[in-house]
Write a protein that binds this ligand. Structure first.
Ligand SMILES: [Zn+2]
Length: 387
C-alpha cells in the first residue's frame, strides 16, 4: 500500500454518514496533519447529543494571498442501499479502481490532499495554505455553515485566502461556482369555520395559492418570461420549486392552516438575500388582501447555502488551468464553497471522480485519478504558494 492508499483506507474505514459522530475521523486527519508539521485545530461541537468536528489547518507564513483547500469528511448513507459488491467501509481495489463509500465524494480528494502535503516543502512557502475538512456537507452544507462564523477566529491571525479549491468529484472539470440554494417553509394560519359560511373564516389554502401564483410570477420575471412559456434551459436560471404543500382537515371545513415548502436555486451571480426579501414580502403580503381577522403568515429558512461565483481571471485559476483546462460553467450542486464565499473565499470546484459515482452503491474512483490528483495538488501549491 502506498501512502495515498493507506490514508484513503483509513478515511473510508470511519463511518462518517452525516447523522453520526465524525470525531474519530477528524482526529485521524488532525494527527496526520500534526505529523506533517501542519498547525491544526479540531472544531468540535455537540449537536443533539452527536459530536461533530471540522478540522482547520494552516501552514506557511501568515501573509495575504494564500490559498484555501477544502473537502468534506461526511458521506451519504449506505446501509440498506442495494448493489454493493464489497463492504462500503473497507477500501477495496478491483480493476484499477478503488471502491468504498466516499472514495469519489470526497474522501479520495481529502486523501490526495494529505498525501500531497507530505511532499511539499513548507519552508519555501511565501504565502499560507489554509485547509478545512468539514462535517455535515451532505445535509445541506451545514457543517461549513456553522464553521464560517468561527473560522477567522480559529485561524489565529492568519489572513483568509481570497481563492480556494474544493475537490468535489467533477472528473477533473473545473467549475467556477454554483447556484445558491434555499429551502423555505411558508406557513399560513387563519380563522377557520364551517364551509357553508365561507365569509366567517379565511381559507388558508386559498391564501397559499395566491402566494404560489406570486412566486411563479417572480420566477418568470427573473428569467425574462412574461408569456407563460417554460424555460428550456434552467442551468443558469434562478428557479423556484413549489415542492410540498399540505393543509385542511375535511371537505366541509374552512382550512385554518396551510404549509408549503419551496426550494430556490439562485444564479451564481444573483443577490440571494435580496431574493429572500422579495419572497418574504410576497408571503407577508398574502395576509393583506384578506379581511383583517387574525391571519398570520410566516417564512422559515430551513436551509440556506449561498451561491458561489469565482472569477475567471484569477492567478490561482491560471495555475490550476494547467491541470484543469478552462472552467466549464457552474456546478449543478451546492458545495461548502458557498459558505466560504460569504467570507470572501472564492473557490473553484475541481476534483477526481465522476459525479455519477457519488452517492451510488459500489462507489468507485480510478486509482490513477487519485494519484494524478495528489500530483496536481502538489504542483498547484508549489506554483501558487512558493512562486
Ligand atoms: Zn461531496
Amino acid at each position: 500500500m502506498n501512502n495515498l492508499q493507506e490514508i484513503l483506507a483509513q478515511l473510508i474505514g470511519f463511518d462518517t454518514v452525516s447523522h453520526k459522530p465524525n470525531v474519530d475521523c477528524a482526529k485521524y486527519v488532525s494527527e496526520v496533519l500534526t505529523e506533517l508539521g501542519v498547525t491544526n485545530w479540531l472544531d468540535i461541537e455537540v449537536l443533539d447529543g452527536v459530536e461533530k468536528a471540522n478540522v482547520v489547518a494552516v501552514v506557511g507564513p501568515y501573509a495575504e494571498g494564500g490559498m484555501f483547500l477544502s473537502g468534506h469528511l461526511d458521506v451519504v448513507p449506505f446501509e440498506g442501499q442495494p448493489g454493493w459488491g464489497s463492504d462500503p467501509l473497507v477500501l477495496t481495489e478491483r480493476n484499477g479502481r478503488f471502491f468504498g463509500r466516499g472514495v469519489a465524494d470526497m474522501k479520495g480528494f481529502n486523501a490526495a490532499v494529505l498525501d500531497a502535503l507530505g511532499r511539499l516543502d513548507f519552508g519555501a512557502f511565501q504565502r499560507p495554505l489554509v485547509l478545512a475538512f468539514t462535517c455535515d456537507e451532505e445535509i445541506g452544507c451545514a457543517g461549513s455553515g456553522r464553521l464560517v462564523e468561527r473560522l477567522p477566529g480559529l485561524l489565529d491571525g492568519c489572513p483568509l485566502p481570497e481563492f480556494g479549491w474544493i475537490g468535489e468529484p467533477t472528473d477533473f472539470k473545473c467549475l467556477a461556482g454554483h447556484k445558491g440554494y434555499m429551502i423555505l417553509d411558508v406557513l399560513i394560519e387563519t380563522p377557520g369555520g364551517h364551509s357553508s359560511k365561507p365569509e366567517l373564516g379565511v381559507n388558508a389554502i386559498g391564501l397559499m395559492t395566491r402566494i404560489a401564483g406570486h412566486l411563479r410570477n417572480l420566477e418568470d420575471s427573473m428569467n425574462g418570461i412574461s408569456d407563460g412559456s417554460v424555460l428550456s434551459d434552467t442551468s443558469s436560471a434562478t428557479t423556484i420549486n413549489l415542492a410540498e404543500i399540505s393543509g385542511g382537515l375535511a371537505h366541509n371545513m374552512i382550512p385554518e392552516e396551510c404549509r408549503m415548502r419551496i426550494s430556490v436555486r439562485s444564479r451564481p451571480d444573483a443577490d440571494q438575500s435580496g431574493l429572500l426579501d422579495q419572497i418574504g414580502a410576497i408571503v407577508a403580503g398574502a395576509a393583506e388582501g384578506a379581511p383583517e381577522n387574525g391571519v398570520a403568515t410566516s417564512l422559515e429558512i430551513v436551509q440556506l447555502t449561498p451561491p458561489l461565483a469565482a472569477p475567471l481571471d484569477s492567478r490561482l485559476l491560471e495555475v490550476m488551468k494547467e491541470h484543469s483546462g478552462e472552467p466549464l460553467g457552474y456546478a449543478p450542486f451546492a458545495t461548502d464553497g458557498g459558505h466560504f464565499a460569504a467570507l470572501g473565499i472564492k473557490s473553484y470546484i475541481f476534483g477526481p471522480g465522476e459525479l455519477d459515482q457519488a452517492h451510488q452503491p459500489d462507489e468507485s474512483v480510478s486509482v490513477d485519478a487519485l494519484s494524478r490528483c495528489s500530483t496536481m495538488i502538489e504542483d498547484v501549491c508549489t506554483q501558487f504558494l512558493m512562486g
